[in-house]
Design a protein around this ligand. Structure first.
Ligand code: G6P
Length: 610
C-alpha cells in the first residue's frame, strides 16, 4: 500500500527520499513521486508511473538541490494509475501533500473547493487536502494552523505529510488511521509511514498516536494530540532484529524469508519455554491473570493471518478446552456478533496495521470482551499499542508481499496461547510437555522440510501452463491447504481453491480432470485413512495429484500421483512443517511464470485502507 517518506536537513535529500521509497517498495504500489523545495523556494515535482527506479531515472544522477522534501509510493484507490494521480499533489505552486488512506468526504470537499475557484488536476481524494490547506493558508499566517484547520474537515483515514514553499525547512504531519513515524537525526529529521524506510539515516523514532499532528524542523519536533495539546511521545530505539537487510544470496526476499523460518522460529522460542510449559509473561506482564479467566476465544484477522487463526481453532478447542470462533476482520467489523461469556478477542497480524483488523480491535472494546490480545510481528504497530496483551512473533522484517515466516511464527505463538490458556483448563502436564517438546524440535523439522526445495523445483514446470488448481487437506491441514492455495494465487496468478477433502464430493469433484492439478497435504495423522479415500475419488476421475505426505503414510508415486515425502513430525506441528513445501511450490511456479514474486500485481503488503 501507499508509502510516505519526508526529510528536512542541511544536506540535499532527494537521494534519501528515493532510497526511502525503495525500502517501501515491498508494500505494493503502482506509481511514485517526490517534491523537493529547491534553493530558490520553488517546488520541484517529479512523478512516474511504475517502479521507484523510473522515478530515480527521471531525477537523474544529480540530486535535486533542495534540503526539504516529501515523497510517496501510491497504490491506486481513487483514480487510475496515471502520473497525474501520483503524489505529491500541489496547490498554488506552494503547498505539496502526500497522503496514505482515503478521504471519505472528498466529493463534498471537492465541490466546495471548485466553488471557491480551485481547479483539480487529478481524480484523487488527496488533491482536496492540498487545496484546502492552500485555502486555509489565506486565513492563517501559520502553516501548522492551516493544516490543523484543514484536518477538521477531513473524514476517513489518513496519514498526511505537508510542505509549504513559504516555510522552507518545515514539515507538518497528521495521523488518523494510517501509521506515521518521525525519524530523529542530528540536525535533521525525517518522516515515514514505516520505520524501515529510514534505517539508512536513523534508528531513533517517535511513533505518532491516533489523532497526533507534528510540526517538524531540522532541529525540533513538536507533537500535538488530537485536541491540539502539546504532548511528549516516547522515543523508541529501533529493534535491530527487525531490519530486513538485503536479499543476500537469494534471488527474492520471499525465498530468503522461506529459508529464514527455522531461525525465526528459534528466535520466537528463545526464553519463552520451560521444560514443561511456558515461561511467565510470554503474553505480557500480568497476562496470566487475564488468560486464566478465558472461556472463549474470538480470533479476527485477514489473509494469511486468518489462516493461522483457523489452525489455532483446532488447537484451542482440542487442547486448551475453550471454544473458538475465527472470522475475517472485514466481515466481523460490520455485523452484529454474539459475544460469548469471558471471551478474549485475539487479532493476528503481521503488520499490526491492517485497517479491517485494527477496526475490529477498536470495535471490540465496546462489545464486552474480557480483553484483547494481538499476535503481531511489528513491535511499534497500532495493534500492539492498542491491545491489552501482545505476543510478538519475532519473525523479523518480512518484505515479500506473500507472507511466509510471519505465518509460521504466528502459528508458534498460537500454540503458546493454547498452552497459556490450556494450563488453567485441565490440560495435563503430559499434554503441556508434549507441546513444548514439539515446539523445541520444530526449527530442525523446518530445516528438513527446506531440503525438499530441489524436488519441488523439479515439479514446478508441471504447473506453469495450468489455469486452475485444487488444494486438499483435512483437520489442521485444511487451513494449510487454504494457505497453500493463497500463496499460489498471490504470486503465480494461477487460480487455486482449497477444500476440506471431505467436501470434495459436494461439488469440486465435478471439476476434476487432467488439466487441474490437485495438491494434497497428507501428514500421518488420525485422518490419514479418510484422506486416502478422498485421493481415490480424485484418481477414479482422472485427476493428477501431487501429494505431500509423511513417509509413513505409504503413498506411492504412479501415473496419476506424484508423492513428495515430507519429514516425519508430530501431528501437532505438522501444519507448520507442511506449510514450507507449499510455499516453495508457489515460489518455483512463479519463477517459471516470470511474475514479480516479491511485489505481485495489484497486491499490497500492508492493507491500511478498507
Ligand atoms: C495483505 C498481505 C497478506 C496478509 C494480509 C493481512 O493482504 O498481502 O500477505 O496476510 O494483508 O496482513 P496482516 O499484516 O494483518 O497480517
Amino acid at each position: 500500500m501507499c508509502g510516505i517518506v519526508g526529510a528536512t536537513s542541511e544536506r540535499r535529500i532527494s537521494e534519501i527520499l528515493i532510497e526511502g521509497l525503495k525500502r517501501l517498495e515491498y508494500r505494493g504500489y503502482d506509481s511514485a513521486g517526490l517534491a523537493v523545495l529547491n534553493d530558490n523556494g520553488d517546488i520541484e515535482l517529479v512523478r512516474r508511473v511504475g517502479k521507484v527506479q523510473a522515478l530515480k531515472d527521471a531525477v537523474g544522477e544529480q540530486p535535486l538541490s533542495g534540503t526539504t522534501g516529501i515523497a510517496h509510493t501510491r497504490w491506486a484507490t481513487h483514480g487510475g494509475v496515471t502520473e497525474a494521480n501520483a503524489h505529491p499533489h500541489i496547490s498554488g505552486n506552494c503547498i505539496a501533500v502526500v497522503h496514505n488512506g482515503i478521504i471519505e468526504n472528498h466529493d463534498k470537499l471537492r465541490q466546495q473547493l471548485q466553488q471557491l475557484g480551485y481547479t483539480f488536476n487529478s481524480d484523487t481524494d488527496t488533491e482536496v487536502i492540498c487545496h484546502w490547506i492552500h485555502h486555509e493558508r489565506k486565513k492563517h499566517d501559520d502553516f501548522f494552523a492551516a493544516v490543523q484547520a484543514t484536518i477538521k474537515h477531513l473524514e476517513g483515514a489518513y496519514g498526511t505529510l505537508v510542505m509549504d514553499c513559504r516555510n522552507p525547512g518545515r514539515l507538518v504531519v497528521a495521523r488518523s488511521g494510517s501509521p506515521l513515524v518521525i525519524g530523529l537525526g542530528i540536525g535533521e529529521n525525517f518522516v515515514a509511514s514505516d520505520q524501515l524506510a529510514l534505517l539508512p539515516v536513523t534508528r531513533r523514532f517517535i511513533v505518532l498516536e491516533e489523532g497526533d499532528m507534528a510540526d517538524i524542523t531540522r532541529t525540533e519536533v513538536k507533537v500535538y494530540d488530537r485536541d491540539g495539546n502539546p504532548v511528549e511521545r516516547e522515543v523508541h530505539e529501533f529493534d535491530g532484529h527487525y531490519d530486513a537487510g538485503g536479499k543476500g544470496e537469494y534471488r527474492h526476499y520471499m525465498l530468503k524469508e522461506i529459508h529464514e523460518q527455522p531461525s525465526a522460529v528459534r528466535h520466537a522460542l528463545e526464553e519463552r519455554l520451560t521444560d514443561h510449559g511456558l515461561a511467565d509473561d510470554v503474553f505480557g506482564k500480568g497476562s496470566l491473570e487475564l488468560l486464566k479467566r478465558v472461556k472463549h476465544v474470538q480470533i479476527v484477522a485477514c489473509g494469511t493471518s486468518y489462516h493461522a487463526g483457523l489452525v489455532a481453532r483446532y488447537w484451542l478447542e482440542a487442547l486448551a478446552g475453550v471454544s473458538c470462533n475465527v472470522e475475517i476482520a472485514s466481515e466481523f467489523r460490520y455485523r452484529t456478533s454474539h459475544v460469548h461469556h469471558d471471551s478474549l478477542l485475539v487479532t493476528i497480524s503481521q503488520s499490526g496495521e491492517t485497517a479491517d483488523t485494527l477496526a475490529a480491535l477498536r470495535l471490540s472494546k465496546q462489545l464486552g470482551y474480557l480483553g484483547s490480545l494481538t499476535i503481531c510481528n511489528v513491535p511499534t504497530s497500532s495493534m500492539v499499542r492498542e491491545s491489552d496483551l501482545a505476543y510478538l512473533t519475532r519473525a523479523g522484517a518480512e518484505i515479500g508481499v506473500a507472507s511466509t515466516k510471519a505465518f509460521t511464527t504466528q502459528l508458534v505463538g498460537l500454540l503458546m496461547l493454547t498452552l497459556a490458556i490450556g494450563q488453567f483448563r485441565g490440560m495435563s502436564h503430559e499434554q503441556q510437555s508434549a507441546v513444548v517438546q514439539s515446539l523445541k524440535v520444530l526449527p530442525n523439522k523446518l530445516e528438513e522440510a527446506l531440503l525438499l526445495s530441489e524436488a519441488i523445483e523439479a515439479l514446478a514446470p508441471e504447473f506453469a501452463d495450468k489455469y486452475h488448481s485444487l488444494f486438499l487437506g483435512r483437520g489442521t491441514q485444511y487451513p494449510i491447504a487454504m494457505e497453500g492455495a493463497l500463496k499460489l494465487k498471490e504470486i503465480s496468478y494461477i487460480h487455486a481453491e482449497a477444500y476440506a477433502a471431505g467436501e470434495l464430493k459436494h461439488g469440486p469433484l465435478a471439476l476434476i480432470d487432467a488439466e487441474m492439478p490437485v495438491i494434497v497435504v497428507a501428514p500421518n495423522d488420525e485422518l490419514l485413512e479418510k484422506l486416502k479415500s478422498n485421493v481415490e475419488e480424485v484418481r477414479a476421475r482422472g485427476g493428477i495429484m501431487y501429494v505431500f505426505a509423511d513417509k509413513h503414510a505409504h503413498f506411492k508415486s504412479d501415473d496419476s500421483m506424484r508423492v513428495i515425502n515430507v519429514t516425519h513430525c508430530d501431528e501437532l506441528i505438522a501444519p507448520i512443517v507442511y506449510t514450507v513445501p507449499l510455499q516453495l511450490l508457489s515460489y518455483f511456479v512463479a519463477i517459471i511464470k516470470g511474475t514479480d514474486v516479491d511485489q505481485p500485481r495489484n497486491l499490497a503488503k500492508s492493507v491500511t485502507v478498507e
